[in-house]
Design a protein around this ligand. Structure first.
Ligand SMILES: [Fe+2]
Length: 303
């Protein structure tokens, strides 16, 4: 499960001070000194009991706060933007966790807030319970390198414990290691995160998991290039088909390879032709494509 960080302090800082410090130092979870420093600034910010309320009121009455954004939908408030795109740059985010008593929970439903949707993360982040009792999670761990990433694959999840991000509790969520399925808090809660930004992270999978089956359910972070490839292939352009064929056999990203096979298979009305394509996928040398191909061929045979 995420590493619990015990760094008690009575010191507090302002939001601009925290933003400035993180901009200077960044956050690299692979470097203990960097993690300690980022966690220390997050502790000081969490000790400032008024910064978030003040910021939101300023925004509501038009007194400022234009810098904050809800780039992740209404559940997250981006409190700072990274100054540049270098690996290890960091930004601050507040995450909002409605309870079943909240109107937005009743109207939008639990799934809108990822409750009960087991997932890992393709980035490291620090989190602290800022206000409210905090969400609970069932925590699991798994071996990212042992997973190819196709839907239905056994993920080898190992249950660790159920625990709550109570007020003041700070944790480091490790990329590709920690998996959690969240339960709503008893009342509205907010956590504050230091998020590590890595320009390459879009190429590393984030998965949703099926806890009943213990399998990978789906990719949670499809790359825009996958969508471009699917649309290009669907257009029927010959250049797109040629390119997709190369992608299917040789692209460095497994997800691009799988997208290529799926896009080309969607064009084939004849089950025998689709089976031949997936048979090529099975022996393409890519575990993700091979796993998906096996499942597709089983479905084709059954129909
Ligand atoms: Fe999460």
């Amino acid at each position: 499960m995420p590493l619990v960080i015990d760094n008690p302090s009575d010191e507090a800082c302002s939001l601009p001070e925290c933003i400035e410090a993180l901009a200077e130092r960044g956050f690299d979870a692979d470097d203990p000194a960097s993690t300690d420093a980022a966690a220390w600034w997050l502790r000081r910010l969490a000790n400032n009991r008024t910064f978030l309320g003040d910021l939101l009121v300023d925004r509501l009455v038009g007194r400022g706060g234009e810098d904050i954004a809800s780039g992740y939908g209404p559940q997250a408030i981006v409190l700072s933007r990274p100054r540049d795109n270098r690996p290890g740059a960091a930004f601050l985010r507040a995450a909002i966790w409605p309870s079943p008593r909240d109107h937005v929970f009743q109207t939008s439903g639990a799934a809108s807030f990822v409750y009960g949707a087991a997932h890992d993360h393709n980035f490291d982040f620090l989190t602290v319970g800022y206000c409210g009792p905090g969400y609970a999670s069932d925590y699991f761990e798994y071996d990212y390198d042992a997973v190819a990433g196709y839907a239905g694959e056994d993920a080898g999840l190992r249950f660790v414990e159920r625990s709550t991000l109570s007020p003041g509790k700070m944790m480091l969520y490790r990329r590709h290691v920690d998996v959690h399925s969240q339960l709503p808090p008893e009342s509205l809660s907010v956590s504050v995160n230091v998020m590590r930004l890595d320009p390459a992270q879009g190429w590393f999978d984030q998965y949703g998991f099926d806890l009943e089956r213990g399998t990978v359910a789906r990719l949670l972070n499809p790359h825009a290039s996958e969508a471009f490839l699917r649309v290009a292939v669907a257009s029927g352009a010959e250049s797109a088909l040629d390119y997709a064929e190369w992608v299917g056999m040789a692209h460095p990203s497994d997800r691009m390879r799988l997208a290529s096979f799926e896009a080309r298979a969607d064009l084939l009305g004849d089950p025998a032709e689709a089976d031949a394509l997936w048979r090529a996928g099975e022996v393409s040398g890519c575990r993700m494509v091979a796993g998906a191909a096996q499942a597709r061929r089983t479905t084709l045979a059954a129909s």
